[in-house]
Design a protein around this ligand. Structure first.
Ligand code: BES
Ligand code: MN
Ligand code: ZN
Length: 498
């Protein structure tokens, strides 16, 4: 699906469908007004009949509008004319327009929707979000369907701009958005791939493929024996019960020859989380193929920035393993020594994410990082606290947390910060080791963050708990979202500009 921008007169465009917005209470957008004038009041007549009320995301497909040469016109509801539309409203308008175009098998639509006011955002922002939302609306994972039903594809979407001056920034926005879409799609595909295929070895292969495609990326894979040599006792405790070997996958992206301390992204890559001997109940295991979304996000983000050739230095570390029960599995109350030297009493083998991440964080020290950000489907508690809309954020450096919050708003891939107060650290006490790997039911997101913070003392660090946002894990709507690739890309774009 291609995108282009056009600033010529609406009535001169040869697209097979024009998409124009209408507001509530029979108000028309200026594009709709134009078509209404051409068709001598046809649009007004339809709107006044009440066939479409202009509520967000309502659509109505019209054929052969009088005096309009385009075969079809799609009306889409844009809310109240005077309303302060926010990012979500705008994305809803785009999402349902694209869905309707797909169902109607339109091939070359023109969208006249950048004229809508969206809170404080400019045309480039709107263009970027139209592109991202369009691909979100059309994404399907059909790899394992024997018949791939919807063969229809929208060939090209033209975005109509009302002002010529926005042309070049709109083109740049398309360029950035298409790179984000590539990363998001990679992340979704990896995450949706079932665990019998997508295991640590598979992720390592994909990481190597990325290095093959982009000269700016180098991939190295540490095997279990390498991790043993490094003393990663916490990491290895997780994969002990599994027939699949754990792998620590390291990718280095260099978009500049300047010597710069890297931004390190660490992703949790549990390719399936049964809970281990602290076995999850059957229902609780559904969705656990998505427990590698952090790792998939790191790969997706690296793909995006390699596409954009951002002049920065980024390291990706994927901590991949499978968490299984067996005769060789780690037991509750086992004590292991992490690479940092700190000992951990494993009170619950289902709190495995922090065990692979803590050693990956210690390993990150060797890159002398500027900042380290880990991304993990770490706790069920974050879903209770924030639901599926915001990613949980914990950080030891407020300026970094602020940057992430800001990038989240801009990308509409939002995060919400939780406190990392000393008080919470006490919940991790163990009578026999330096710490326990669980801190009880209270403040589960924060105590998980507290645990990780003990391995992040040597750098500025932020932790993103994406258990609620990286995927919808239940029912027939199960699907990866590709989050937080848009957030991290925005963060890195902002960094590249500095
Ligand atoms: N992968 C899970 C977290 C999770 C739960 C992600 C639900 C997505 C949906 C993680 O490894 C886990 O099991 N966490 C435990 C931690 C507890 C034992 C301290 C949890 O949240 O119950
Ligand atoms: Mn678990
Ligand atoms: Zn897990």
């Amino acid at each position: 699906m291609k995108f282009k921008v056009e600033d010529g007169p609406l009535e001169k465009q040869a697209n097979d469908c024009l998409v124009v917005g209408i507001y509530e209470n029979n108000h028309l957008t200026s594009a709709a007004k134009k078509l209404d004038d051409m068709s001598l009041g046809f649009i007004t007549k339809i709107v006044k009949k009440g066939e479409i009320q202009g509520k967000y995301g309502q659509t109505l497909l019209l054929h052969h509008v009088p005096n309009v040469s385009n075969e079809r016109v799609l009306l889409v509801g844009c809310g109240k004319k005077e309303a302060e539309r926010n990012a979500r409203d705008f994305r809803k308008i785009i999402f349902s327009s694209i869905k309707a175009l797909h169902v109607a098998k339109v091939s070359t639509p023109l969208l006249a929707l950048t004229e809508l006011n969206v809170s404080k955002y400019d045309t480039a922002w709107k263009v970027k979000h139209i592109v991202e939302t369009s691909f979100d609306a059309l994404y399907q994972f059909t790899e394992y369907k024997s018949s791939k039903d919807s063969q229809h594809e929208i060939a090209q979407i033209t975005l109509h701009l009302s002002q010529k001056k926005d042309m070049s920034s709109a083109k740049e926005a398309i360029h950035i958005a298409l790179a984000i879409v590539k990363g998001v799609t990679l992340t979704k595909d990896l995450a949706n791939t079932p665990s019998n295929i997508c295991n640590p070895t598979y992720l390592a292969k994909k990481a190597k493929l990325l290095a093959k495609k982009y000269k700016s990326i180098k991939t190295t894979v540490l095997e279990e024996r390498d991790m043993e040599r490094l003393g990663m006792g916490a990491f290895l405790a997780v994969s002990k019960g599994s027939a699949e070997d754990a792998k620590l996958i390291c990718l280095e992206y260099k978009g500049t020859s300047k010597k710069k301390a890297p931004i390190v992204l660490v992703g949790k890559g549990i390719t399936f989380d049964t809970g281990g001997l602290s076995l999850k109940p059957a229902d609780g295991m559904i969705g656990m193929k998505y427990d590698m979304c952090g790792a998939a996000t790191v790969l997706g983000t690296l793909k995006t920035i390699a596409e954009l050739k951002l002049p920065i230095h980024v390291v990706g570390i994927l901590a991949t393993a499978e968490n299984m029960p067996s005769g060789t599995a780690t037991r509750p109350e086992d004590i292991v020594t992490s690479m940092s030297g700190q000992t951990i009493e494993i009170m619950n083998t289902d709190a495995e994410g922090r065990l692979v991440l803590c050693d990956a964080l210690t390993y990150a020290e060797r890159y002398k990082p500027d900042v380290v950000i880990d991304i993990a489907t770490l706790t069920g508690a974050v879903v209770i606290a924030l639901g599926h809309h915001a990613t949980g954020l914990v950080s030891n450096h407020q300026a970094l947390a602020d940057e992430l919050v800001e990038a989240g708003i801009e990308s509409h891939d939002r995060v919400w910060q939780m406190p990392l107060w000393e008080e919470y650290q006490e919940q991790l006490k163990s009578p026999f080791a330096d710490m326990s790997n669980v801190g009880g039911r209270a403040a589960g997101v924060i105590t998980a963050g507290c645990f990780l913070s003990r391995f992040a003392k040597k750098f500025h660090w932020a932790h993103l708990d994406v258990a609620g946002t990286a995927a919808m894990m239940f029912g027939n709507d199960r699907a990866a979202t590709g989050r937080p690739v848009p957030l991290l890309t925005q963060f890195l774009l902002n960094r590249a500009e500095k």
